[in-house]
Design a protein around this ligand. Structure first.
Ligand code: PGA
Length: 236
């Protein structure tokens, strides 16, 4: 399974180095696919053996005049080949449009990056019913090569991110079943995943892994989630 940590705007470089070392030493003992996305200024030569380190964001350029952004050459300096695109915080707080997200997607696809592409609906859309919700989510697939071989999709309801609120397990299963028809890519669930709900979420049909924010900030907790995934796989 795929177990990914989005550290967002947390952890300085020194803390991130310790965190990744700890997570990687645990991940090595498992057969899970583990990803960590540190803050940009916390990137380093991490020398991981199992954990794949990725970028939370980058501008679709090699370099250039894009104040405050980083480009491909900054990722290449650390051998990064994985990127998160379309996270709800970038869509809703930073105002990234679907058009811009598609530009990013195409740029990093062309460079062969593994892309974790995030989708998800705000609460008012969810409350408008399944049809409205699926229309909204479908628009987030527009322009995206859903058959890209290095694609992973993460379904993250906006209202569940960092809030402690979550769809029911049945709702997650329903949505994932509908989304699986749109793309053969592995499909992660994200939004208030914690140690105590990891097992239930990973046991849902069509959930191929999790993308974890706040609960992943503790290396022991994140390692426990990796362990839970391993135990589920061992039983199969
Ligand atoms: P959360 O964040 O686990 O804190 O809800 C998930 C995410 O934004 O990927």
């Amino acid at each position: 399974m795929i177990i990914a940590a989005n550290l967002k705007t947390n952890m300085t470089r020194s803390k991130t180095i310790i965190y990744i070392k700890e997570v990687d030493s645990f991940a090595q003992t498992t057969s899970q696919d583990v990803f960590v996305f540190p803050a940009m200024s916390s990137l380093d030569d991490f020398h991981t053996t199992k954990t794949v380190v990725g970028a939370q964001n980058a501008y679709p350029t090699v370099n250039g005049a894009f104040t405050g952004e980083i480009g491909l050459e900054h990722l290449e300096e650390f051998n990064l080949k994985t990127i998160l695109i379309g996270h709800s915080e970038r869509r809703h707080i930073l105002g990234e449009t679907q058009e811009f997200i598609v530009d990013k997607f195409n740029f990093f696809k062309e460079k062969g990056f593994k892309i974790i592409y995030c989708i998800g609906e705000p609460l008012e859309i969810r409350e408008a019913g399944n049809e409205t919700m699926m229309q909204y989510i479908s628009a987030q697939y527009e322009g995206i090569d859903t058959k890209y071989e290095n694609l992973i999709i993460a379904y993250e309801p906006v209202w569940a991110i960092g809030t402690g609120r979550m769809p029911t397990l049945e709702d997650i299963q329903n949505i994932h079943t509908q989304l699986k028809k749109k793309s053969p890519a592995p499909l992660l669930y994200g939004g208030s995943v914690k140690v105590n709900n990891t097992k239930d979420i990973l046991n849902i049909e069509n959930v191929d892994g999790i993308l974890v924010g706040s609960a992943a900030l503790n290396a022991d907790d994140f390692s426990t989630m990796i362990q839970i995934a391993q135990e589920i796989e061992n039983k199969k």
